[in-house]
Design a protein around this ligand. Structure first.
Ligand SMILES: Cc1cc2nc3c(=O)[nH]c(=O)nc-3n(C[C@H](O)[C@H](O)[C@H](O)COP(=O)(O)O)c2cc1C
Length: 191
């Protein structure tokens, strides 16, 4: 079996976003395991409109420019890691929109989360877990939560994500679980 291909989705798009830092860190850590092919997916590169289709992509092809490119990219991958900013105690609208703009392409694939914010993005991540279940995904138990005290040091440039041993440990736990599910589900999908 070829290595599972993992997409690391930067889940925010605003100028000056924090999301690049955890995305690059977890992508490097995932590559270093040697267990995955890893690709960074930046929602800025996919010009999805706010969802404006006759029906869910579960039932009919999407019409919007950009939708097919996004769906083809998701279809090509075996699992996902999402950076989860928390906006007003929920996931970012741009990430929810991108999740809504595919369906079958997400099915039967694992997803892990790197949250950040006041309480490590925990409230956004919990909502994302429910959304993932509706998309027929397998959200893995272990997640990274970068709480505010750590966030501030990383955002200021004083320290890097990789300087925090507990974040490295949480990242490795999540990658271990994601790898297991990615291999198991890839084998099952291919059978
Ligand atoms: C519209 C908005 C709402 C926010 N709401 C929350 C919140 O509910 N909880 C939280 O922990 N942080 C909140 N924050 C602060 C974010 O955690 C912080 O700005 C973070 O950097 C956002 O991610 P981004 O930089 O990748 O966009 C909010 C930020 C914005 C822009």
């Amino acid at each position: 079996m070829s290595k599972p291909r993992i997409g690391v989705i930067v889940g925010s798009t605003r100028p000056g976003r924090f999301g690049d830092k955890p995305a690059e860190w977890i992508a490097e850590r995932a590559k270093a395991t040697g267990a995955f092919e890893v690709e960074l997916l930046d929602l800025r590169d996919y010009k999805l409109p706010f969802f404006d289709e006759q029906t869910s992509p579960a039932y009919a092809p999407s019409q919007a420019d950009g939708a097919k490119a996004w769906q083809d990219k998701i279809a090509s991958l075996d699992g996902f890691i999402v950076t989860a900013a928390e906006y007003n105690r929920g996931p970012t609208a741009v990430l929810k929109n991108a999740l809504d703009y595919a369906y079958n392409e997400w099915n039967r694939k694992p997803i892990g989360f790197v949250g950040y914010g006041g309480v490590g993005g925990a409230r956004a991540v919990e909502q994302l877990r429910l959304i993932a279940i509706e998309l027929q995904m397998a959200p893995v138990r272990a997640a990274v939560h970068i709480v505010w005290a750590d966030y501030m040091q990383i955002a200021s440039g004083d320290r890097k994500v990789s300087d925090f041993a507990h974040l490295n440990q949480a990242g490795d736990d999540m990658l271990g679980q994601l790898g297991w599910w990615a291999r198991a589900l890839k084998t099952a999908r291919e059978a």
